[in-house]
Design a binder for this molecule. Structure first.
Ligand code: UFG
Length: 326
């Protein structure tokens, strides 16, 4: 059944997009990607067609939707750095909000295929309970987080007005790499903790700068819920199954429910690599939240998701194998 279905993955050239593409292609879906970047996030044979372009280019999107008649859309394209969004909010509002709204307008005109949207734990902001449940009132603290919440809300409006069903997945911190080494994290410049810690351990950087140790957490550094990128990819497949079966969708946390501090991640990077990292304590990053840990119960109950790799050590090991292979 899945073999006849074509899925559009925006942001398919990215880290999460590459893993989602592999997971869905292996499940028998035909994958078309739309990304500004021409290099695929997955090996090329997983992608039926890679379109280079912007999701906000309504002419391009209209033509693509008419030509392919997608059964569903996975909308991952967007800028992803909270800290950068504080420095340059316009970039995030223009691309993540305006671009996505233009994209949704075309989806509504083209029969409103169901959408999985890459939202973020960042929408919660700080000062809420831990672990976080979807019943908390979001309080986004950066333009990036605002952009994610805005599109979640736009999707809710499109559901009412156009019957466009969607699942907004609030990712916690994607981590690790494909266990068989086919894809991994490769941002330029890299800003994410695990690859930077590994590069510091491997001597490819002088040190890991810890962005503040004065947060109200056990060791003073920020706590995050790291979720293996392959489990995140599976989350999309299961969410897709639900939406394609006619489920109305909703908003869901996708995390493991376990938190690890920056200092714990640094220690794990040292263990996995067998090296001693040089740590330097720097100032907090603009907009950083002390702790973001998921209560994933709603998502698990909805689609039956259960993460396979819940140990931080597995995520760091897989990321290290990828880092060494590059
Ligand atoms: N950190 C450091 N030093 C570094 C890099 C990161 O101390 O060199 C800290 C950050 O300040 C943060 C934590 O490590 O406290 C995790 O940072 P990441 O950059 O790896 O991830 P973020 O939590 O900032 O953001 C990521 C994604 C977002 C997503 C969010 C969800 O980039 O898109 O997870 O929690 F919204």
């Amino acid at each position: 059944m899945a073999a006849e279905r074509t899925i559009l993955v925006t942001g398919g050239a990215g880290y999460i997009g590459g893993h989602v593409t592999m997971e869905l292609a292996e499940a028998g879906y035909r994958i078309v990607t739309l990304d500004l970047c021409a290099v695929s996030g997955a090996p090329a044979d997983f992608v039926a067609k890679a379109v280079v372009g912007n999701v906000g280019d309504q002419g391009l999107v209209a033509e693509l939707l008419a030509r392919e008649g997608f059964d569903a859309v996975i909308h991952l394209a967007g800028y992803i750095e909270s800290g950068e969004s504080v420095e340059n909010p316009g970039k995030y509002y223009e691309n993540n909000i305006v671009g996505s709204l233009r994209f949704l307008a075309e989806l509504a005109k083209a029969g409103a295929p169901p959408v999985i949207f890459s939202s973020s734990a960042a929408v919660y902001g700080g000062g809420l309970s831990s672990p976080l449940s979807e019943t908390e009132i979001p309080s986004p603290e950066t333009p990036y987080a605002v952009s994610k919440l805005m599109i979640e809300q736009a999707l809710a409006g499109y559901r009412v007005a156009h019957g466009l069903r969607s699942a907004s997945l609030r990712y916690f911190n994607a981590a690790g790499a494909d266990p068989s080494g086919r894809a991994g994290e490769d941002h330029d410049p890299e800003t994410h903790l695990i690859p930077i810690a590994l590069q510091a351990a491997a001597g490819r950087r002088d040190e890991l700068v810890v962005n503040g140790t004065g947060f109200p957490t056990a060791d003073g550094s920020c706590v995050r819920d790291y979720v293996h990128v392959s489990d995140l990819a599976t989350a999309h497949r299961l969410a897709l199954d639900c939406l394609l079966a006619g489920d109305p969708g909703g908003v869901f946390n996708v995390g493991t429910g376990q938190g690890h501090s920056v200092l714990e991640v640094a220690a794990e990077a040292g263990r996995v690599t067998g090296q001693t990292l040089t740590l330097e304590v720097g100032p907090p990053r603009p907009g950083d939240t002390a702790e973001l840990v998921a209560d994933p119960a709603r998502f698990k109950a909805w689609c039956g998701w259960e993460p396979r790799y819940v140990d931080l050590a597995d995520m760091v090991r897989h990321a290290w194998a990828w880092e060494q292979a590059r």
